[in-house]
Design a protein around this ligand. Structure first.
Ligand SMILES: [Zn+2]
Length: 257
């Protein structure tokens, strides 16, 4: 089967994800990169073969016209590949509906600290240490959640509509990256959700939980919250001050780029 080529140009944050061009290929900067293939792959497969999972892409233009992920390429095309740009609104020909607003997530098993932080600021996050790839894709699809992962193969699954490849390797920087990417500073509602299980906390009268609390806590506090699922009681102690500092630090760095 003959080798054919098409020229791809990736925009914005998608360039972070590109694999180096194959031997004989050329560089991304001038003007776009040549992609060699056999047969007539879908544009989805051609984009993902270059390192960019389809949920990262919001719009594909082939020779200037928007196409769907299944559109075939058969050589000679010029393909523009664009990320989601919140500030620009929905483009004509967008590949997917708007992401959930307010944003809600499902986190891959290696993103436990990120999941905990997102719950800390009040976001609805599904997370389980034993979730397999099929279950993560299913939850993302069925519950309209943004799938966060560092696994490209997982994001490449057709079932995933909303998803993001988390760039940062450092857990602290992942929080900053995620807050900045999804503008989460506009959705902060801290200490409303159980960090352990994601259930919304409910205020509870002190006398209802008094017997479960150490004397020093009972004397020092008068606002208590309960997680129905875990059956645990929370109050605004020194750990909440520390979490507030942590949130402030992440939001500040996210807004400063
Ligand atoms: Zn809980």
């Amino acid at each position: 089967m003959a080798v054919r080529t098409a020229r791809f140009r990736f925009y914005g944050c998608l360039t972070d994800l590109l694999r180096p061009p194959d031997a004989g290929g050329d560089h991304a900067s001038i003007p776009g990169r040549r992609y060699a293939f056999r047969g007539t792959p879908s544009v989805k497969n051609a984009i993902e073969a270059q390192g960019v999972p389809h949920p990262e892409v919001d719009l594909i233009l082939v020779d200037g016209s928007p196409v769907g992920l299944d559109a075939p390429i058969d050589g000679g095309e010029r393909v523009g590949v664009y990320p989601f740009a919140r500030s620009l609104g929905r483009p004509d020909g967008a590949l997917r509906p708007s992401p959930p607003d307010p944003p809600r997530f499902v986190c891959d098993v290696h993103l436990g600290r990120l999941a905990r932080f997102l719950r800390m600021i009040g976001r609805d996050v599904r997370y389980a240490t034993d979730a397999g790839d099929a279950a993560l894709a299913r939850v993302s699809d069925a519950e309209n959640r943004i799938l966060l992962t560092r696994d490209r193969e997982l994001l490449n699954r057709s079932r995933v509509t909303h998803g993001a490849f988390v760039r940062a390797q450092d857990p602290d920087r992942r929080r900053v990256e995620t807050v900045a990417r999804f503008n989460l500073d506009a959705y902060v509602d801290p200490f409303t959700r159980c960090l352990n299980c994601n259930t919304l906390l409910e205020p509870v009268r002190p006398e209802r939980v008094a017997d479960d609390l150490p004397d020093r806590v009972r004397r020092a506090h008068d606002s208590f919250y309960r997680c129905r699922s875990c059956d645990r009681t929370f109050w605004e102690g020194s750990h909440v001050d520390r979490m507030r500092d942590e949130i402030r630090s992440v939001l500040c760095r996210a807004s400063n780029g």
